[in-house]
Structures are given as C-alpha cells and as structure tokens.
Design a protein around this ligand. Structure first.
Ligand code: S3P
Length: 434
C-alpha cells in the first residue's frame, strides 16, 4: 500500500514510543522457560514480537495477551513451563524476525525433540551459521540449508556443554543465543565480544536468578533454573529515533517522546545526534524494572556532519537508516564505518539507503563497511521502495515529514514489523498522509 507524506508547517506534541522490541522478545522467551507466572506490560505491538509469542505457544507455553485500549501497549500473562517446552506439531515460523530466530535457536538447542524453524524470504537469506557453529560446538545437533548456514533450521537434540567462545561480530542476538544454551549446558559458557552490544539479556537473566557475570567485554553464565519476573517494557529507543530525527531536522519542531528506554547499550543515537549538534534533552530520568528510562525532548536544530564508527556502531545499529536522513539534512559530510553488519539486516541497508538517498538527490558514496553522506540541508521527494524493510520505510517517511517535497513509500505497511502505529502518529502530528 503506497503512503504519501508531506511536511507539516509545525511538528509539535507528545509521543509515546511503543514497547521495546528487544526487551519484549526476551521477556516472553525467558519467562516461558522460568518457574512461575509473569506479567509483561507494554509489550511491543510489532509483528516480530507476535512471531515470538506464536512460536512459544507452539512449544506448549500458555500466554494470554490482553490488548490495550490506551498508549500503554498490550499485556502478556506468561505461564512459565519450568524449562519444559514440548515438541511442536508443525514448522515454527519466525516471520521477518532475526531476534526470534536467533534467540530461539539458542533456547531450542539440545532439547529432546525435533523442531524445524523457518522465516520469510528475507530472514531465510540472513546468516545463521554464526549461531549454528557455536551451538554445534556446544553439542547441539542443528542442520540448515546451504551447509548449515541458512534457515530453515532443523533442531535434533544433542547434549550441551559450555564453551569459551569469541564472537566474530558484536551481535546481541548471537550472544543471547549462547547464553540461553549455556543455561542448560554442562559447565560454564564464556563469551567475549569485540564491542559492547545491547545487554538486555544479561540484565534480565540476572534478575531471574541466573549467575551471569559481566566483566568488560566478557560475559559468562552457568547452568541454572530461571524464576519468572514481571517486566514493564520501556519505550523503544529505536522507534523513538524516527521522531528525534524528524524534530531535529524540521524547521519548526518540538517533540517530547515519553518513556524511552535509555539503556547505555542502546543510546548511540543520542550520542550521534548530539555530536551533530541536535537540541536534545533528557528529562524525568527514572529506573523502570531495572532499565533506565527518560522523556526525550528534541527541538529544531542546525545539524552538522559527523563520524560514526567502532565502538559506537552496535549501540545505534538499527538507527543508521534514519540517521542517514539527519546526515542528508545536515551541513557537511557524515561518514559511517565499521558497519558491515548493515549488509545482513532485513535487507542490505547500506545499498538500500544509498540507492534511496541518491534517487532523492543526496550525494553519497558506499563502502563495504558503510557510507559517506554529503549533507546539503535538503532531501528531495518522489516514490521510494523500502525493500520490505520496516526501518527503511519509516526513515523514508521521516524524509517526507521534513523535506520540501512529498514522499511516497511504496509499501508503507511494512512498518508494522516493529511499529504498527507509526503512520497514525505521523497523521496525528500533522504530517499529511495520503
Ligand atoms: C537485536 C540485536 C541487533 C538488532 C536487532 C535486535 C536484539 O541485532 O539489529 O534489531 O534484540 O538482540 P544483532 O545483535 O544481530 O546486531
């Protein structure tokens, strides 16, 4: 469904970002393995987290989902199984969700039953060897297409033992898969990472009683049983980022985004926008269910180009498409390096971002691990294809909110992978949506 967005004269108001996708997946999966029941509030409304709920139900977990009629997000009542998942009757479908597939791979490894997990075309083209290899070293029997590198994946049991493992990429999904397998392995599992990536797994498993130790870039876990915990999911900073960039680059804007999770392993977007000169303030800082949360106020700003590279990249990896809009609307060059992971996201986000920006009149250059964007304070309109990538679709939408000419996103509905209410919010804030 094509969606056309034009710039409103002013962009002002309050927004509540939807529940964090990463925290929502973890709250559902970990509590389904735990002893006891848990209430998860402000659960992400996106399709990705719904895929996780469907998978867990197929594994015998009882989950009741209560829709919310306010901004608060759905509630999940998860009945913990005490680590007793059952053999699914059918193929498990993770849809578009890499987090579902990789975290569930760690949780399914070495279980005494057969399970097959697939995804959509995008997910079945994304690298799974990075989880299959270390899980196989731990003793899991896992097969996949193309010599065990791609989904669909087949889990055939095995007996797990802990390993020492150096992650080849700073991936929280991979780290989490190994920690989940480590909970059921014989002996400790020790992981070292090339850079810090989001640490929601370490925090939540720790809160559930797991002996997770973190020392710098080293994380370890030993086998243990989890106790259920209630989780109030913070607002998703990756969703809030669209509004931050919109407000910073629109000429007459002030947006307050309420209840945003500001876990330091996720706040790279704040660091980058501040380095670009964004007028951005955090207010009402508080701790909600062990995670730091704040309201983020962003006003019209004069942005300049910046450099984004190691070790900042994993802390803003999902925000790079929308930061590209900030870079185009800034004065000067923004250079993004050390971000080769973008090539294996829902689509090749380096290629897709460059193709889109060039067709929107923005000069840019690609490299294997990133891109340079020559900001000239403008971005042109037109019809653009987000290549079935939710974050690309919403980033293109932001370009429509702040650029001089209308922008059409050819399949806007893909935003519902993480943010089903996105276009309604655009409309509510005065963006003209056709
Ligand atoms: C996620 C980790 C990141 C991120 C993804 C969610 C998670 O992926 O891009 O959207 O919840 O752990 P990688 O860990 O593979 O970089």
């Amino acid at each position: 469904m094509p969606i056309t967005i034009s710039r409103p004269r002013a962009l002002r108001g309050d927004i509540t970002a939807p529940g964090d996708k990463s925290v929502s997946h973890r709250a559902a999966i970990f509590n389904s393995l735990a002893k006891g029941d848990a209430l998860v509030t402000n659960f992400s409304p996106g399709n990705d987290c719904t895929s996780t709920v469907h998978l867990l139900r197929a594994l015998g977990v009882r989950i009741e989902r209560t829709p919310s009629n306010s901004d608060a997000g759905d509630s999940l009542h998860v009945r913990g199984t005490g680590d007793a998942w059952i053999e699914p009757d059918n193929v498990l479908d993770a849809g578009n969700s890499g987090t579902t597939m990789r975290l569930m791979a760690g949780a399914l490894a070495g279980r005494p039953f057969l399970a097959v997990m697939t995804g959509d075309d995008s997910l079945n083209g994304r690298p799974m060897g990075r989880v299959i290899d270390p899980l196989s070293q731990m003793g899991a029997e896992i097969r996949g297409r193309r010599r065990d590198t791609l989904a669909p994946l087949i889990f055939q049991g095995g007996k797990l033992r802990g390993i020492d493992y150096e992650l080849p990429v700073a991936s929280a999904q991979l780290k989490s898969a190994l920690l989940l397998a480590g909970l059921r392995a014989e002996g400790p599992t020790r992981i070292s990472q090339p850079a810090l990536s989001r640490d929601h797994t370490e925090r939540m498993l720790g809160a559930m009683g797991a002996p997770v130790k973190v020392e710098g870039l080293h994380v370890s876990v030993s086998p243990c049983r989890l106790n259920a915990v209630d989780v109030q999911v913070p607002g998703d900073i990756s969703s809030a980022a669209f509004w931050m960039v919109a407000a910073a680059t629109h000429q007459n804007a002030e947006l307050c985004i309420r209840g945003v999770g500001i876990n330091p392993s996720r706040t790279g977007v704040l660091t980058a926008l501040r380095a670009m000169g964004a007028n951005l303030q955090l207010t009402e800082q508080r701790i909600v269910a062990g995670e730091p949360v704040a309201d983020v106020v962003v006003r019209s700003s004069r942005l300049r180009g910046t450099e984004i590279g190691h070790p900042l990249v994993p802390l803003l990896i999902d925000e790079i498409p929308v930061l590209a809009v900030a870079a185009a609307m800034a004065e000067g060059v923004t250079t993004i390096r050390d971000a080769a992971e973008l090539r294996v996201k829902e689509t090749d986000r380096i290629e897709a971002t460059i193709d889109w920006l060039r067709s929107a009149g923005v000069e840019c250059e690609g490299r294997p691990d990133g891109m340079s964007i020559m900001g000239a304070g403008r971005i042109m309109g037109g019809t653009f294809d987000p290549r079935n990538d939710h974050r690309l679709a919403m980033s293109i939408g932001v370009a429509g909110l702040v650029g001089e000419q209308p922008v059409t996103v050819s399949n806007g509905e893909v935003a519902s992978v993480s943010y089903p209410g996105f276009w309604n919010e655009v409309r509510r804030l005065g963006g003209i949506v056709g």
